[in-house]
Design a protein around this ligand. Structure first.
Ligand SMILES: C[S@@+](CC[C@H](N)C(=O)[O-])C[C@H]1O[C@@H](n2cnc3c(N)ncnc32)[C@H](O)[C@@H]1O
Length: 264
């Protein structure tokens, strides 16, 4: 996806329960996944802090700055740097940083590779899944390796699938695809967690995606309207909750994977 796409997405942000979002994933589902991801990031931070109290953290593809701000509050003595290619996303992130009055964060519109700086921890959350060419992912992964301190770590979060699959918005690749690329770049896999809600997935594919047509606009605008709609959020919350009970009867085929890699 190019920066034009992300700039458009950045401009379509909306409020939900006092927080700003731009996600097109059904919100209850997005929040559930985010909670699981934050738990892993917290664990990785604890591990690094055992050997180094103040960290340098890079958020590659920082989007609206949620994770930068979250880390800033968790690590007030550390330096957090966010990078995003989209000007409107960067603007959203800077506004969030200012709103929350945080002073250990810098957010740049651009590429981390252009700054001569090394980090103890890099977050790469839902970024590489939008890269079309595998060779671009391999190149970025090598650059991440070059910008890490010894024993530095990467938390990678990507849409994954048992079999590679593609849609217009992102490329769903296998876990082995990412593991191989990171190992080739000189990383060691420390931990891997597959997150899947197969019932909700089925509901989304068979029902929700068709129901979206009651909203106007392109695919992105329809998803944003869904997330702004009280009735849809209540329905999605309900389907997610009953889905969690029913998930044991379904075989997960696709979901998201959290990978933790360490620099060798
Ligand atoms: C799905 S969003 C994820 C944002 C954030 N990591 C999160 O999880 O909320 C992907 C973001 O990656 C950014 N992005 C894509 N390619 C990038 C690149 N080469 N360098 C920096 N940012 C990039 C996009 O502009 C977009 O904001």
């Amino acid at each position: 996806m190019n920066d034009k796409y992300w700039s458009k997405r950045g401009k379509l942000s909306y409020d939900y329960k006092g927080e700003k979002f731009y996600t097109i994933t059904p919100l209850p589902f997005y929040l559930k996944r985010r909670k699981i991801l934050l738990r892993t990031i917290e664990k990785v931070i604890r591990q690094i802090k055992r050997r180094k109290p103040n960290l340098k953290v890079c958020d590659f593809g920082s989007g609206d700055g949620f994770y930068c701000c979250w880390m800033s509050k968790k690590l007030p003595e550390s330096e957090i740097t966010g990078f995003d290619i989209s000007p409107s996303m960067t603007k959203e992130a800077i506004e969030r940083v200012n709103r929350e009055n945080l002073n250990n964060i810098a957010v740049y519109c651009g590429d981390f590779n252009n700054k001569n700086r090394n980090y103890d921890l890099v977050l790469s959350l839902a970024v590489l899944q939008h890269f079309i060419k595998p060779e671009e992912i391999a190149k970025k992964t090598k650059q991440l390796h070059d910008h890490l301190e010894d024993e530095g770590m990467v938390v990678l979060f990507e849409a994954t699938s048992k079999k590679a699959d593609s849609s217009k918005k992102l490329l769903r690749r296998t876990e082995a695809f990412y593991t191989n690329i990171f190992e080739d770049a000189g990383f060691r896999l420390i931990e891997k967690q597959f997150i899947s809600f197969p019932f909700f997935n089925l509901y989304q594919r068979k029902f929700l995606n068709r129901f979206l047509n009651i909203f106007k606009g392109d695919e992105v605008q329809k998803c944003v309207s869904m997330n702004k709609n009280f009735f849809m959020n209540t329905l999605n919350r309900f389907m997610l909750d009953i889905g969690i009970v029913l998930d044991k009867f379904f075989r997960p085929k696709q979901g998201n994977t959290i990978f933790v890699f360490k620099k060798n």
